[in-house]
Design a protein around this ligand. Structure first.
Ligand code: SF4
Length: 454
């Protein structure tokens, strides 16, 4: 029996309590929404599709379009081939996308539907496409679904023609549209023509115009995906989410790649800027150096409030690694760092960060859950918690200042519009972190200390 009052933290292999991840199709759907005029399609029962759309819509506060093969008992027993062919016909007739991006679900994986052969047998309207990827939800997390869908698109579309595009491919990883805009802005500042794949900016942060667009303006175009193989190099961001699609493009088209951590904080943003400088062979512009300087100045100015403060960070692996690096740069102690995604590479990367900054007595764990994190915090408290909405119960129970970052953030507005990446994203994060710590101080300090701060 799990008990929150005991100091004894049990090792659990088969049970997750308050998981820190969701299932593969959510990631596949999010990746597909970053492709222009694409209809994500869930090959399974309607409930799965509803859940995946709901979690995306609640995070982005935007409609996340998707269709479903709508399995009933018959398809569950005899396979979903006819459901897929009826779906494809209806979707092209009614919604007219350029491409349908099919992902599987637990059910269609378990009965062994062969999507490759189903798709080969489809009769498609001229110029229309169907691509697919397998997303068994009992493997990995939504992070796997995201990169699997990227690889699915490249498997179907990307070729090396030998005519260079003169553009650098950038795989931004799982970030918000506000992050993609910031990454693009930095690439433009560095004078690097770039294709971002996938690109949800303009799709899941589309402006209010008074007219509903079923397919908003944004998204990587099919031609851009087709010509990724002729790119002038690839920068893949997010060492956990980026490695497999980068390897896939390299294997198929011999595009050399640079794999980097998500550019959160000073050091990791520097790495992104230096990779862009290598592509453009130009100097870093003064304006970008000034942005960096402003972030460093802010960190120094506020270090008296952050130095030595203990922080627990949880969420998806790449954003958590980035936030851990930023916390260490701010002189904080990342006491507990977890992800729900089962990737041991995560634990290794975070442990390397602890060693680099001389942080001792800190824990990193992949495939962890929020119950375990809560137990650790009960045994030895922290000063700050950073992660998705699902941390709010821990923050309330233990009265810990809480910064919402990562995915999903369901109970606040505006987050997907604001970057956490780049020097400017760093400024926004530092402002939030210091503000949260000082708000707690103001609430709990002695009267005389309150007067002094005023
Ligand atoms: S049944 Fe599988 S695919 Fe569907 S929502 Fe649940 S975990 Fe995800």
């Amino acid at each position: 029996m799990l008990d929150m009052t005991t100091k004894d933290v049990k090792v659990r292999e088969a049970l997750r309590v308050n998981p820190c991840k969701t299932c593969q199709p959510v990631g596949a759907m999010y990746a597909a929404l970053g492709v222009a005029k694409c209809m994500p399609h869930s090959h399974g029962s309607q409930g799965c599709c509803s859940y995946h759309r709901t979690v995306l819509s609640r995070h982005f506060k935007e409609p996340a379009i998707a269709s479903s093969s709508s399995f009933t008992e018959g398809a569950s027993v005899f396979g979903g081939k006819s459901n897929l062919s009826t779906s494809a016909k209806n979707i092209f007739d009614m919604y007219n996308p350029d491409v349908i991006a099919v992902h599987t679900t637990c059910l269609s994986e378990t009965i062994g539907d062969d999507l490759s052969s189903f798709i080969m047998d489809l009769e498609l309207p001229d110029g229309k496409l169907v691509v697919h990827t397998n997303t068994p939800s009992y493997v990995g997390s939504h992070i796997n679904g995201f990169f699997n869908m990227m690889i699915g698109f490249m498997n179907y579309l990307t070729k090396k023609t030998g005519t260079p595009t003169g553009k650098t491919a950038v795989f931004p990883g799982w970030v918000n549209p506000g992050d993609i805009r910031e990454l693009k802005r930095i690439a433009a500042q560095m004078n690097v023509p770039a294709v971002f794949f996938p690109d949800q900016s303009g799709v899941l942060d589309a402006p209010m115009t008074g007219r509903y667009e079923f397919y908003p303006e944004g998204g990587t175009t099919l031609d851009e995906i087709r010509t990724l193989g002729d790119s002038d190099g690839l920068i893949a961001l997010g060492e956990i989410i980026g490695v497999e699609p980068a390897e896939a493009l390299n294997k198929k088209c011999k595009v050399p790649y640079t794999l980097l951590p998500l550019p959160v904080g000073v050091a990791y943003t520097d790495q992104y800027v230096l990779a862009l400088r290598k592509q453009s062979r130009t100097e870093v512009p003064a304006a970008l150096e000034e942005e960096r300087g402003r972030l460093v100045d802010l960190m120094l100015d506020s270090s008296q409030y952050t130095s030595g403060k203990k922080v627990a960070i949880f969420g998806d692996p790449d954003i958590v690694i980035g936030l851990t690096s930023l916390a260490l740069e701010m002189g904080m102690v990342p006491k507990y760092v977890i992800t729900g995604t089962p990737k041991e590479e995560f634990t290794r990367k975070v442990t390397e960060l602890f060693e680099k900054y001389g942080a001792t007595d800190c824990k990193a764990k992949a495939s962890a859950d929020l119950f375990e994190l809560h137990q650790w915090i009960k045994n030895e408290p922290v000063d700050l918690l950073i992660g998705s909405t699902y941390g709010k119960q821990i923050a309330r129970a233990e009265d810990i200042p809480f910064i919402r970052a990562g995915f999903p953030v369901l109970d606040r507005y505006g987050g997907p519009l604001l970057p956490v990446v780049g020097y400017n994203g760093g400024v926004l994060l530092v402002e939030k972190i210091v503000g949260a710590l000082l708000d707690k101080f103001d609430r709990t300090c002695a009267e005389e200390d309150f007067e002094i701060v005023l």
